[in-house]
Design a protein around this ligand. Sequence first.
Ligand SMILES: [Ca+2]
Length: 320
Amino acid sequence: MRTIILDTDIGNDVDDIFALIMLAKMNDFKFLGVTTVYGDTRLQAQMTRLILDKVGRVDVPVFPGESEPVRSGTHGVILRGAHIAGGFPQDDLANILVYPHTSAVDFLIEQSKLYEGELEILAIGPMTNIARAVQKDPGFVKRIKHMTLMAGLIYPEKNPVWLEIISNHNGEYNTVCDLGASEIVLEAGFDMTLVPVDVTSKVKFSRKHKEYFSRMPHGLGEILSRELEIWWNVIAFVDDEKDSQSNPHDPIAVVAAYDESFFTFERGRLSLRTANGLEGMIHFDKDNNGSARIATSIRPEIIEEIIKRIIKDFTIQMAL
Ligand SMILES: [Ca+2]
C-alpha cells in the first residue's frame, strides 16, 4: 500500500482543512502522520488533531514543525499561520495536548528510512520542514518516492488576476514565506509533481459547496462553515468578484496525489527566481529528463470529485 505524510500550514488558507479531511478518509494510502509548518505550529497541530479525531483518525500522529523560515524574503514574514483558528471551538482546541516527543523534521527523516523508496509526501505549505530534513540528512531526497507540492504561479502573464494577488506577497505565498527553504526543496532533485496556482485557480469553493459541508456531523459542519466565512472575509480585499468563494488549492494537490487523470502535466526542472519584480517565484524549464513535472491543466469536474471525497461516508445528498 502507498504511504504518505501530509505537511501543512493549516490555519492560514482554509483549504488545508479540507485537504486534511480528504486524506484522512482515503483508503488509497497508509496515512503515516501530519507535520505542521510555519508560524504557530503548535496551534496548527491542535487544529489538525481536532479534525483528525472528528473524522475518526485517532491513529494518525501529528507533529508540530518548524516555526521560523530558513530565510525569509526582504518583505519578511507575511502571515503567521493559524490566524483563522477562530472558527474552531476554542475550549476544545485549548484542551488538546500536543506531545512533540519527536520533531517534525526527525519524523520525516525517520519515516523515510522505515519506508525507504516508498514514502510519498504531500506538501501544502511553506517548505521549511522539508528543507530542514534535506539539510539534516543528505540521503533524505533519494529515499522519498514522490513529493506532491502545491506552490508557485508558473505563467503569471497568463493569469493577471493572480499576478496581482501574489504581488501583495512579493511572490507566491508558499514559496515566498521561506525563500531559503524553497530554494533548497526545488533544487534538491526530488521526484516531484508541482501543482501551481495556474491550475488551482481554475475552480472554486462557493456558497453552494458550503451548504454541503455545513451538514457534516460531529461539529465538523459548524467548524467548516465558520472557517470558510472567516477566510472569505480575509481574502475579500483581493477577490475582485466579491462573491464569497475561494480556490481549493490544497485539495487539488490531494487529487493530484491519487488520480492524475484530472490533469495534464509537463516534465522539467524547477528553480527559485525573481520574476516580474517578485522574489518568491518558481521558474520552470521544460526538460524531458527533469525530475519534476508541473500540472498544466485541470478538468473542471475536479470540484465535484473534491466535494464527494470531503463528505464521503456522511449521508449528505448532493445535487451538484
Ligand atoms: Ca496550505
